[in-house]
Design a protein around this ligand. Structure first.
Ligand SMILES: *Cc1c(COP(=O)(O)O)cnc(C)c1O
Length: 408
């Protein structure tokens, strides 16, 4: 294990690579085996038993089968656990598979089926909780309503900060205090371990859609949960039973990408700050949501809970839905697409897309557009937004907006 005294940037480069020298390799090995040779029926059977119940492989045993254990995935998990200040981490085929596994594991372990969801949440998480699909009964609330929402059978409190898509910041330690004995899951996707460590603030689990900043290049789908060893075993057991393990190629790409995560996040954050400042000066923009602005951070959590504002910006267009739709179709350097955290900049309309399944009383404004700032020069991004805002207001082009509205 890389010594914990290293700077986080150094850990991002070196964590999870301790066995490489003994293997005689320098770059991360990619093990694509779907099955593994067994040392014999007795030891093979024992290995199966240990891994299927959430344990680690043992000396002289076998990894048995790739749904149970994969060394490339395990190295990524070890690295992520170090960055998250966690004992262990468990990786899944997507962020939603990770959320699903947490809900299944904690409700099964505690024999409780009630979950408190602190809104706003990512649309998919909100949908999963509201659907009742997993036998979970959800109560949604605001951060100050957690205590009132708790029941005798509450298994988990779920929160996200910065929250998607409006970038509201939630005081993690305050929610943990209100939750009492009930474990709190923090979706740390937007902040990344570069900016925020939920477990240090008392959260039981820190979850990522690894598809976003951890991957960072728009070419991986994955999810990961950092937590203590006991919860990690429950999650691995759930993962083995339900079959939601991360693919080794995804783990390889994610682990490779962790080395540049700190520099990517800091550079993207600086770009986002420049873009957000400029957007604030534009008459077409009614409101800019960016945690780096005092009005977006009333609790003063940037600099304390969260080391920086992050690289996401949300804007409300003065021209409402038509202006939002026109902007997303007029940009040229930004890609109009869902997802976030990539090296290239993305723009999307949450109410129509990522937050489409959210109940209408909790849906984001129709005038809201979300920007994920990449590594382009901020002046190029600003120039693109300038031409897109100007072309949409000068032509008054709402035909595209109307078409989208009809399609909704
Ligand atoms: C994308 C996202 C998810 C879901 O992750 P997938 O990898 O798409 O399954 C969960 N939480 C947040 C905050 C997200 O942005």
């Amino acid at each position: 294990m890389a010594p914990m005294t290293l700077h986080p940037d150094s850990l991002a480069v070196h964590a999870g690579r301790d066995d490489l020298a003994d293997l005689g390799v320098h770059a991360l090995p990619l093990d694509l085996s779907s099955t593994n040779p067994l040392p014999g029926i007795e030891l093979g059977g024992m290995s199966y038993e240990v891994l299927a119940t959430g344990g680690h492989p043992f000396e002289g045993g076998s990894n048995v089968y790739a749904r149970l254990w994969n060394p490339t995935v395990a190295r990524f998990e070890e690295a992520l656990a170090v960055l998250e200040h966690a004992e262990e981490a468990v990786a899944f085929s997507s962020g939603m598979a990770a959320v699903t596994a947490v809900l299944l594991a904690v409700t099964h372990e505690s024999q409780r089926r009630h979950v408190v969801g602190v809104r706003p949440l990512y649309g998919g998480t909100d949908h999963l909780l509201a659907s009742g699909l997993l036998g979970v009964e959800a109560t949604f609330c605001t951060p100050d309503g957690v205590r009132a929402a708790l029941r005798d059978d509450t298994a988990l409190v779920v929160l996200e900060t910065p929250a998607n898509p409006t970038l509201e910041l939630v005081d993690i330690a305050a929610v943990v205090a209100d939750a009492g004995d009930v474990p709190v899951l923090v979706d740390n996707t937007f902040a990344t371990p570069v900016l925020q460590h939920p477990l240090d603030l008392g959260a039981a689990l820190s979850l990522h859609s690894a598809t976003k900043y951890l991957g960072g290049h728009g070419d991986v789908v994955g999810g990961v949960v950092a937590c203590d060893a006991r919860l990690a075993a429950a999650l691995r057991r759930t993962r083995a039973i339900t079959g939601a393990i991360m693919h080794p190629l995804a783990a390889y790409l994610l682990h490779r990408g962790l080395a540049t995560l700190p520099v990517r996040v800091r550079a993207q954050q600086a770009g986002a700050h420049a873009v957000a400042e400029w957007l604030r000066t534009r008459p077409e923009v009614h409101r800019v949501h960016f945690p780096g602005f005092a009005e977006s951070d009333p609790l003063g959590l940037v600099g304390t809970q969260q080391a920086g504002p992050g690289a996401m910006v949300a804007i409300e267009l003065a021209g409402g839905f038509d202006a939002a739709a026109a902007l997303t179709s007029s940009v040229q350097l930004f890609t109009h697409a869902v997802s976030l955290g990539s090296v290239d900049s993305l723009i999307q309309h949450p109410a129509a897309l990522t937050h489409r399944p959210v109940a209408s009383d909790a849906k984001p404004s129709d005038a809201l557009v979300r920007l994920s700032i990449g590594l382009e020069d901020p002046q190029d991004l600003i120039a693109d937004l300038a031409q897109a805002l100007t072309s949409t207001t000068s032509t008054g082009d709402s035909a595209a907006g109307r078409a989208v509205q009809t399609a909704r």
